[in-house]
Ligand binder design. Structure first.
Ligand code: ZN
Length: 1025
């Protein structure tokens, strides 16, 4: 994977804390307590302890070490969290755009000395209970993280990761497969034309079909023009074919060395074991080198610069004439200055975040563009940080005006500064984020410290967030103009600034295709007959290597017997408050209260349903009660951890043609703010503001832009949603709420000259949606605060009871079901029952302005509680790992592909795929492969492990009980599913493959998003959109 790191302020604010065992921290056996026993100077397994620091804010102890023999850096964060994490990162600083660090990231995962099988990384996905496994290439480092809750698994994965990065095979064939190669279009036909193939080559073509990413790349390259940041670490598609296999091996030798490595471990497993294993299996085999990978400081420009670039036109943009982007970027100090970085990221937030920020007022509200540029705010992912602000979706004439406004706004900030309340709200946000407990805390920490540590910053200092908060408060107290002076220094007086504009070029895609063709010809023309023969032979060799059966027995593996035999249960209490069903779930939430409500849409007329997502996205942003939208935003930031509303389609767990349709309200707050949070919801229910057309237009434009931008990134989700549209009633509504239909609907709304019609409709939606008669609620809080929370909820429900109306559902076919199936006479929910629904076969093609495809085929099967559901789930995993991955990714060159089971559908998909019809054929061959039954018990066990690692993924205290509340799935149902998973046999898999997946057995649908396609255009069975 290749990652452009987004702004660091988001990283600070997303720093979520999982603190599951509050009481354990007091016991001497807790992981942080144990770690405090280490002393600086102590030597453990070849490492010397440098520093031991308690970080009470994050409930952890940080231990810093170095490896004596190689100088490798090591940081351990001891914390009572069983979701242990390992990561190793190398400073990778390429000087060309061949994508060498990215291709290397892929190829080291293709086999190593101890594990010489093809792609041990993907194989381990099925031999482990990992909660996360991945690899990232950033601009200046490459990181390999994994996490797991099982100690044996941790050891296994650590062995595989260490061997992969330090002792990879780096075979020529791996380089061809993952990097680039010339090959006959049809490898079995030597007469077919030669083309470029390769996973990274296609991945990067896909990545740069996203204009937002393209812009971000240009911006970084041009703001730091003198060293590694001036090149594309992921690889510029046209430069990738310049890389040789030897250069790749050379880059590995110099960059993937312990002296250039930083190790990070996190969790409750003992540090000694990690150190011993890392020393023995890897580091002891190396001597120290000087890797010379430092990034030199960027020389400061004496004068500002301007630049212009082009991009492809975006067919889905809300307004075709407004597709320009312009932003101004400023070079800031080095990110290793921890406190300055903290200050600047807060300052950036004050400047650009939310409707009260000066840049939002100056740039977004006048509707010059559709949204901020893709790069906005503080970015700490490079050696020197940067700050950017600008707009996308604007017309060319407005460019000068935007530059002027940016300068003006900076002057204005220097003059007036910021309101105290906004600073307070921001600090409150940090407090909440530190208390909120997430399940991937280790990973969040690893990415939070990665950039600064990469340039030898102190990662421990970075973790001491409240020290920075206190220092910040003091600085403001000592000097009320503290922030204004920073703005003067870094924005007004800063000559290292770049103004970069980007415009669409109708010819862009053609020009790109032409340059690729030229590049290809350049390579092909110099080939002799012999070379061609060799290419053909190598293509066949690769194909046969990819198809050869493999012995993976050298890889470590967990067994099915290592899986917990029983489901962990979550006790909840279901009662009724003022006639509204309420679910209470006591959890160690660390002082936060989480509130959810589901309001069903059963009384809403059908024609209004497409508007529900729009209603959800604006309802908490237009103002309410006595608050205008600015005051409301301010109040929400000061008093809550956020308030959001989203549209939901929930398929029933036992009937394919039943579903619940609704809208989920979600918010959290510190216990002390309970009355404020419910007060805000009350005003949203009773007195929402809808009449501000200007405000609505801003929100509509931003939503439409966001949807349009998301397609090239989540195209597979859109393809899957569309493929399932005509298979179940829930699938149909899902397309309306979140599929291509919704994207097009929002585009139309954004293009309307007059939004008054929408404004008149919103109150009608409100009447149906905010009806306590159609509502149920859930609260997750600590046992101590539960009764208090319930009391405030009760007050809220009383205050909104005026909205209570006993309306008739628009469709007669509704059915009541107990919320908790164990309580037959308990509170109920209303489902739509479409028993007469006729699924139908439909194939849809969306022609898109990008060079890769997203392909999906979906088959109607059985609901969650059906006995075959478990077999189909295991089959989907097994087909993915044992067949589809090889066909679609390795042979087909797509970035990813597979099958999944969910919502009663068995769905195939591919991601960033150079093929389309061939991939559909691969899906069909996958079914034949399954029906042939040539898989082993080991294959089945691996698929089960992989299914269980998802089934048993950790759940944060805020989300406990949600599968019952939203989906009606009880612990008993989960346990029955678990037992069925354990029992799935070879015969069961053959059986479900035959009965559900064979052609003609069940109704299926297909969808493709991709570039113009001759084959499909001529095939009348496809509907072209
Ligand atoms: Zn990649």
């Amino acid at each position: 994977m290749w990652r452009q790191t987004k702004t660091a302020i988001h990283k600070v604010l997303r720093l979520n804390v999982l603190h599951r065992h509050t009481c354990r921290a007091l016991q001497s056996t807790s992981a942080p307590e144990r770690a405090l026993q280490y002393t600086p100077g102590q030597n453990i397994h070849g490492f010397t302890i440098k520093e031991v620091v308690s970080v009470p804010d994050l409930f952890l102890t940080a231990v810093k070490l170095t490896h004596d023999q190689t100088g490798a850096h090591y940081l351990h964060a001891a914390r009572d969290d069983s979701n242990n994490l390992f990561s190793v990162q190398f400073r990778t600083t390429p000087m060309d755009s061949t994508g060498v660090p990215h291709i290397l990231e892929h190829t080291v995962l293709c086999g190593s000395q101890r594990f010489p099988v093809r792609d041990p990384f993907f194989k381990m996905l099925n031999r482990s209970l990992s909660t996360f496994m991945n690899a990232f290439t950033a601009s200046d480092y490459t990181m390999y993280p994994f996490s797991t809750q099982n100690s044996k698994d941790f050891k296994n994965l650590l062995s595989v990761y260490l061997d992969a990065v330090f002792f990879p095979c780096l075979r020529e064939q791996d380089f061809w497969q993952e990097g680039w190669r010339l090959e006959n279009e049809d490898p079995s036909n030597p007469k077919s034309p030669l083309v470029f193939k390769g996973v990274v080559f296609n991945e990067m073509k896909g990545a740069f079909s996203d204009n937002e990413r393209l812009y971000a790349q240009y911006l970084q390259n041009k703001l730091f023009p003198d060293h590694t940041y001036s090149v594309v670490s992921g690889g510029e598609p046209l430069c990738i074919p310049d890389l040789t296999w030897n250069q790749l091996k050379q880059f590995h030798a110099t960059h993937y060395h312990p002296s250039n490595a930083r190790f990070f471990t996190y969790g409750d497993l003992p540090l000694e074991q990690h150190l011993q294993q890392i020393h023995q299996e890897a580091l002891s085999k190396f001597e120290r080198i000087d890797p010379k990978t430092e990034v030199p400081p960027q020389p400061h420009w004496p004068y500002p610069r301007e630049a212009h670039v082009s991009c492809g036109p975006d067919a889905l943009a809300p307004d075709q004439t407004r597709q320009n982007t312009l932003c101004v970027s400023f070079l800031l100090p080095e990110i290793t200055d921890c406190f300055e970085g903290f200050t600047l990221s807060l300052l950036s937030s004050l400047m650009v975040s939310g409707p009260n920020s000066p840049f939002y007022k100056a740039l977004i509200e006048p509707k010059i563009g559709t949204d901020f540029s893709s790069v906005v705010g503080y970015d700490g992912s490079t050696r020197e940080a940067s700050f950017s602000v600008g707009l996308q979706g604007m017309s060319e004439q407005d460019m000068e005006r935007v530059k002027h406004i940016i300068n003006q706004t900076i002057d204005h900030i220097i003059q007036v500064g910021f309101e105290e309340e906004r600073i307070e709200a921001l600090l409150h946000k940090i407090e909440i984020q530190m208390k909120h407990q997430s399940t991937n805390f280790g990973l969040a920490l690893a990415s939070y410290i990665a950039s600064s540590w990469n340039h030898d910053g102190d990662p421990v200092e970075l973790l001491q967030i409240s020290d920075s908060v206190n220092r910040f408060k003091q600085a403001l107290k000592d000097n009320p103009r503290y922030l204004q002076e920073k703005v003067q220094e870094y924005f007004k007086d800063n000559t290292h600034r770049l103004t970069l504009s980007m415009s669409p070029d109708e010819q862009y895609l053609d020009k790109q295709a032409k340059s690729e063709e030229e590049k290809l010809q350049q390579k092909v023309q110099v080939l002799t007959e012999e070379d061609r023969k060799e290419i053909y032979d190598k293509g066949l060799e690769l194909l046969s290597a990819q198809s050869a059966p493999q012995d993976a027995s050298c890889l470590p593996a967990l067994k099915v017997s290592d899986i917990d035999p029983v489901t962990t249960r979550t006790p909840v209490q279901i009662s009724s408050v003022g006639g509204v069903p309420v679910q209470l779930c006591e959890q160690p939430t660390n002082g936060l209260v989480y509130f959810r409500a589901l309001c069903n849409l059963n009384t809403l007329s059908e024609d209004l349903r497409p508007l529900v997502p729009l209603f959800c996205s604006v309802i908490t942003k237009m103002g309410c009660g006595s608050l205008d939208y600015r005051q409301q935003a301010q109040e929400m930031e000061l008093r809550t951890g956020g308030m959001s509303v989203s549209a939901q389609v929930i398929p029933d767990s036992s009937h394919l043609d039943m579903y619940e349709q609704g809208m989920v309200l979600s918010s959290s707050c510190l216990e002390r703010n309970l009355p404020h949070m419910f007060g805000l919801w009350r005003d949203v229910f009773n007195r929402p503001h809808f009449d501000n057309e200007e405000r609505l237009r801003v929100l509509v434009m931003m939503s439409a832009q966001e949807l349009a931008n998301g397609i090239s990134y989540s195209g597979h989700m859109y393809a899957m949603t569309r493929a399932a549209r005509h298979l179940t009633p829930a699938g149909d509504l899902h397309e309306t709420f979140g599929g291509m239909e919704q994207v097009k609907f929002m585009k139309r709304v954004a293009e309307m000259q007059d939004l008054n019609h929408v404004i008149r409709t919103l109150p009608r939606l409100k009447k149906h949606l905010f009806n306590p008669h159609n509502m149920r609620c859930a609260i997750n809080a600590t046992p101590q605060k539960m009764s208090d929370s319930t009391k405030h909820l009760e007050t809220f429900l009383k205050e909104v009871s005026g909205n209570r109306k006993d309306r008739k559902p628009v469709r007669p076919n509704t059915i009541l079901k107990p919320i908790d199936p164990r309580l037959e006479s308990g509170p109920t929910k209303t489902l739509i029952d479409d028993s007469n629904y006729q699924p139908c076969h439909m194939k849809t093609f969306f022609q898109m302005p990008f060079p890769v495809n997203f392909v999906s085929q979906s088959i109607r099967t059985v609901p969650f509680t059906h006995q075959d559901y478990a077999s189909l789930s295991v089959l989907a995993r097994m087909m993915t790992a044992k067949y589809l991955h090889g066909e679609i990714r390795e042979k087909g060159g797509a970035y990813g592909g597979g099958a999944r089971m969910g919502s009663g559908l068995f769905t195939f998909y591919s991601y960033r795929d150079p093929q389309s019809a061939q991939t559909l054929a691969a899906f069909r061959r996958g079914v034949d492969w399954a029906k042939a039954g040539l898989f082993s018990q080991q294959d089945i066990d691996e698929a089960k492990l992989s299914v269980f690692s998802a089934v048993d993924a950790p759940v944060a205290p805020s989300d406990k009980g949600m599968s019952l509340f939203l989906n009606g799935v009880t612990d008993d149902m989960r346990d029955a599913h678990r037992q069925r998973l354990f029992r799935v046999s070879h015969q069961d898999l053959l059986d479900v493959a035959e009965r559900y997946l064979s052609v003609g057995r069940c109704t299926d649908g297909a969808a493709i998003l991709g570039p113009e396609n001759e084959v499909i255009r001529k095939d009348p069975s496809w509907i072209i959109k």
